[in-house]
Write a protein that binds this ligand. Sequence first.
Ligand SMILES: [Fe+2]
Length: 257
Amino acid sequence: MLRQSLRPARLLGTRSWSVSTPATRMSLGRQNSHRIMSNGLCRLYSASEATRESHSPENHLTRSDGISSIIRQDHREIERYYSKIVDSNDPDTQRRYQNAFVWELTRHSIAEELVVYPSLETGVNDGKVMADKDRSEHQVTKDQLYRFQNMNPEDKDFIPTLETLMKDLRMHIKEEEEHDLVKLEEALLPAKSRDMAEQFDMIKAFTPTRSHPGAPNKPPFETAVGLMTAPLDKLRDMFRAWPDESGHKPPSGGAAR
Ligand SMILES: [Fe+2]
């Protein structure tokens, strides 16, 4: 039986809710406000921001959808950003969708590591084998993403690097959708699956937005590292170019340029 709960906690002096997976704790502010502080940087997040970030107008899922639906939706979005990059010959467009691709894939991967894999481990037969395999595949993607995020569209290896990344990622996505998530949903009550989907969305609002391959990939370490790293990533997001489509940039991202 998977066991996850919301319970009160203290974060930076404000009363908040702690979202707990079997091995995960992420403190989230109550009453629509969350405060994260690191290295003197302070950023105030609102629940509406988190919701807007995860449920752009193009998204059609509702709160009644479970964790698999939310994850599949992310996968389609990542694939769409990839297509926008490879189908364009305009470096400015490629740069904007490169930033969106890195932003979405980074947050998605970390949210899976914090919400999905611990639940696989504790609630599914042979779940630990699946989770360990998923984590090692994520590590490969993070290494490739780190390389890709530091490239310019004009670099000759820009598209080949992305293609290599996507080749591995597509296999990972296929295994996840056709096997791991199927097993997980079989082990979950529908209400629990919906709870996990909400946790997944909330956690995405707090994770780093750029690849940090050296960061641990298991909670609670990732949670701590993420809380320290995320504000700096989000600050730098303000100075990056983003797609002109509404909802396809972080709340902290500057105006599309
Ligand atoms: Fe995934």
